[in-house]
Design a protein around this ligand. Structure first.
Ligand SMILES: Cc1ncc(COP(=O)(O)O)c(C=O)c1O
Length: 301
């Protein structure tokens, strides 16, 4: 008996394998083709000789939790509590999984916009919930009328991806305000805002849910160091959520991974002292930089 009878191997696995077989450019999976910053690999080399090889505390390596709080403050002017509102996860995917498993029960509905990152739906199915898939408009904006119609007393979570995968679309202020107006009418719905591409934006910055006072106290926000620092294989990210939600999410996290691998946590923690996230977007825009060795500016304290 299968718990996921209609789910097959992820499209990312299928397409990445085919791209390797046919020597094709792999546009399916979000990982870059340029080298990791040498500063980061140097930090890892050094850390392997240090005392960072045992389990970290369940929620994360404490210095990293503090640095994440600083990063969120720096990027979005939001103050969050490192001890209670941040969870370091094995990639954003595990944060999304733990959040949905912790909060969605049998018969609960979860609104997912179509198309979207493919982990959301199986997650909901595994939790016994019902995915309600709502297609994006032709211009890839969310169809808020349909979303509002899709909300009811059984709706537990609305998932948004901003910036969006696979379209790259960023939600406008109008979109966010429309979302806020819907959620005012449904005070029990939790927002899951997947913001793994937060620093990979082009013409304009995205509006993070961190900046929305009407939403952030009922929102789970996911982030990915793998995406931001082009170390996708490290599978390291984090979740920010208010304590009442995080308390539940940690219950799943502790029995899924307990803690995320210590060296990558320590390495990212140290790297955050010297990297400037503002340089990530221009870096992507100026592709010629790729051929020169990427090294972001050191920020002095
Ligand atoms: C929208 C979205 N969320 C999450 C992830 C996964 O992030 P991570 O590698 O940190 O688990 C991806 C990866 O493609 C993604 O596109």
């Amino acid at each position: 008996m299968s718990k996921l009878p209609n789910i097959t191997t992820s499209i990312f696995t299928v397409m990445s394998k085919m791209a390797a077989e046919y020597n094709a450019i792999n546009l399916s999976q979000g990982f870059p083709n340029f080298p990791v910053d040498q500063k980061l690999t140097d930090i890892v080399a050094q850390l392997t000789k240090e005392d960072v090889h045992q389990y970290t505390p369940m929620a994360g390596f404490p210095p990293l939790l503090n640095k994440i709080a600083k990063l969120v403050k720096h990027s979005y002017q939001r103050t969050i509590q490192p001890e209670t509102e941040i969870l370091v996860t094995a990639g954003a995917t595990q944060g999304i999984f733990s959040s949905i498993q912790a909060l969605v029960g049998s018969g609960d509905e979860v609104i997912i916009l179509d198309p979207s990152y493919d982990s959301y739906e199986p997650n909901v199915l595994l939790s016994g919930g019902i995915p309600i898939r709502i297609p994006l408009n032709d211009d890839y904006t969310p169809n808020w009328d349909l979303i509002e119609k899709g909300c009811n007393d059984n709706t537990k979570i609305i998932v948004i991806t901003n910036p969006h995968n696979p379209t790259g679309k960023i939600l406008s202020l109008n979109d966010i305000e429309r979302l806020e107006s819907i959620l005012v009418k449904f005070p029990n719905i939790i927002l899951l805002s997947d913001e793994v591409y937060e620093y990979i934006t082009f013409e304009q910055k995205h509006i993070s849910i961190h900046t929305r006072s009407a939403l952030r106290n009922r929102a789970i926000i996911t982030a990915s160091f793998g995406k931001s620092f082009h170390v996708t294989g490290w599978k390291i990210g984090y979740v920010v959520a208010p304590e009442y939600l995080m308390y539940e999410i940690k219950k799943v996290h502790q029995f899924l991974v307990f803690s995320v691998n210590s060296i990558s946590q320590a390495a990212i923690s140290e790297y955050l002292d010297s990297v400037s996230v503002e340089e990530i977007s221009p870096f992507y825009q100026e592709k010629e930089i790729i051929s020169k060795n990427y090294s972001p500016t050191v920020v002095s304290n």
